[in-house]
Design a binder for this molecule. Structure first.
Ligand SMILES: NC(=O)c1ccc[n+]([C@@H]2O[C@H](COP(=O)([O-])OP(=O)(O)OC[C@H]3O[C@@H](n4cnc5c(N)ncnc54)[C@H](OP(=O)(O)O)[C@@H]3O)[C@@H](O)[C@H]2O)c1
Length: 220
């Protein structure tokens, strides 16, 4: 049973997180189109592993093919994400800000915006949802459990659009995780790097506590 209206998941980025989400997607019955910066020919090993429901393409093609698309690249490259083919679509943003990797981004340093709001500003006609940013990639395929399992791991879904959040929450559910929603992208800072819930296994109640306890960098 796949999430309503989503048959194909496009992935922009096929590294640690992208490849793991592709594995989960295929295991749950989705078609996937994976892409990276170097071109589809460099993804043949992954596509072979994923099997017949996967193919590799350019980022623009993955964006166009996906009913839902995941952006999972180093944040510094977010402005290269194709805009037009993502119009009208739900776009999951897994990205985090690491200045050592990404360089200094002034609007993030002064906390006048957040990581996923940057992507939303770049994709004004898309519905960006922040998800999968606070779980280590290895855990994606090992930490999931079935619904109702005591202590089931919970993950944040943050976004401005309630329907888009619900779709991504349903996807998380299929992938083995409970969802805790934050009802705006602006609130996504509560699960950014160095907050209590970042990378820490937690169930719904614990994750809610972590979100409540989170502090802005300026208040740390
Ligand atoms: N690693 C984790 O456990 C983890 C957990 C949660 C969130 N995150 C965040 O999620 C994002 C991805 O992390 P990752 O660890 O998966 O990174 P990664 O292993 O370095 O993979 C990045 C992927 O993005 C591709 N890429 C780079 N620039 C691109 C572009 N302009 N267009 C299309 N694809 C591009 C790379 O392709 P090439 O190899 O061809 O350059 C690669 O496939 C980061 O923001 C990270 O902070 C990571």
């Amino acid at each position: 049973m796949t999430v309503s209206g989503v048959n194909t998941i496009g992935l922009i980025g096929a590294g640690n997180i992208g490849s793991q989400l592709a594995r989960l997607a295929v295991a749950n019955g989705y078609d996937v189109v994976v892409s990276n910066s170097r071109g589809p020919e460099t993804l043949q090993g992954l596509v072979t592993e994923l099997g017949g429901n996967a193919r590799a393409a350019t980022a623009a093609e993955a964006a166009a093919a996906g009913d839902l698309v995941v952006v999972t690249i180093p944040l510094k490259d977010y402005e290269s994400v194709p805009v037009e083919p993502l119009a009208g679509k739900i776009v999951i943003d897994t990205n985090n800000y690491y200045p050592q990797r990404d360089g200094r981004i002034a609007e993030l340093d002064d906390e006048s915006t957040t990581v996923s709001e940057l992507l939303q500003a770049h994709l004004p006609a898309s519905r960006v949802v922040k998800a999968f940013n606070h779980i280590g990639s290895a855990d994606l395929t090992t930490a999931g459990t079935s619904s109702g399992t005591p202590g089931r791991r919970a993950l944040v879904v943050a976004g401005d659009d309630a329907e888009a959040r619900a779709t991504v929450a349903a996807l998380l559910e299929e992938f083995g995780f409970d969802a805790v929603e934050l009802d705006s992208l602006a609130e996504g800072w509560r699960i950014q790097r160095d907050t209590p819930g970042y990378g820490v296994p937690a169930d719904v109640a614990q994750l809610r506590d972590h979100l409540t306890e989170a502090k802005r960098y300026r208040d740390m």
